[in-house]
Design a protein around this ligand. Structure first.
Ligand code: MN
Length: 228
């Protein structure tokens, strides 16, 4: 088999204490998963079912490489998120089987063109241009379950230029990792290589060129890069 042009490189994430990379198949994201963030965006946490959207696999940025400020926005927001990396999947996964699908966890940022998202929400349009663009999903090395287990009630935080902007605990998630995997698998046949960004706590705000971003989740890892 030949191709009419060389295929694009496979997107892949480093794995803690391993020479082998984690090949990314798809990126799913959960919206509105921390009550205080739902409120800051003008919603009511009690009304919300999980909201799913996706990003292209090549939206990841690894190895703390700089993030290129995207075109078509004047309001790029940071959203620090707990990232689930699947090693297997399926359809209609039962809650009891969900954690068996997880290879490991990472720290990620769901960068959002908030101005485009505001228009999409107002007009009832898809979120794609607000969410799925180049460099919109920086991610740390994946820490395997075999090393760290399944973190819960640990701190998740993000600082810009040394100023703390987001600071919460994973136990504040409205939908747990188990529930997210189970719910998502009602819509898609999940597969090895699928990453799930599980939503952001309160404190989202704009980033600008020149910012230094540090994000971390206790026991999982950290992420640090410049916006250029
Ligand atoms: Mn998000």
């Amino acid at each position: 088999m030949s191709y009419i042009f060389p295929p694009q490189a496979i997107s892949a994430v480093p794995v803690v204490d391993s020479d082998a990379l984690y090949p990314v198949h798809r990126i799913y994201c959960v919206g509105r998963n921390y009550g205080d963030h739902v409120k800051e965006m003008g919603g009511d946490p009690k009304d919300e079912a999980p909201v799913f959207f996706s990003k292209p696999a090549n939206a990841i940025v690894v190895d703390n490489a700089p993030v290129r400020y995207p075109q078509a926005t004047d309001d790029l927001h940071h959203e620090v998120e707990f990232v689930v990396a699947l090693a297997s999947g399926g359809k209609d996964i039962a809650n009891d089987d969900a954690l068996d699908c997880v290879f490991g966890y990472a720290v990620g940022i769901d960068f959002t063109r908030r101005d485009l998202q505001a228009v999409a929400k107002k007009e009832g349009r898809p979120w794609d241009t607000a969410k799925g663009f180049d460099d919109s999903a920086p991610v740390s090395a994946i820490n395997p379950v075999a090393k760290i287990g399944h973190p819960h009630n640990v701190r998740i935080s993000l600082s810009i230029n040394g100023e703390l902007r987001q600071d919460a605990r994973l136990s504040q998630m409205i939908w747990s990792v188990v529930e997210i995997i189970s719910e998502l698998s009602k819509f898609y046949e999940l597969q090895a290589g699928d990453l799930i960004y599980t939503g952001t706590p309160a404190g989202v705000a704009a980033t600008v060129v020149g910012d230094h971003v540090v994000a971390s989740i206790e026991t999982v890892g950290s992420l640090e890069f410049d916006v250029i």
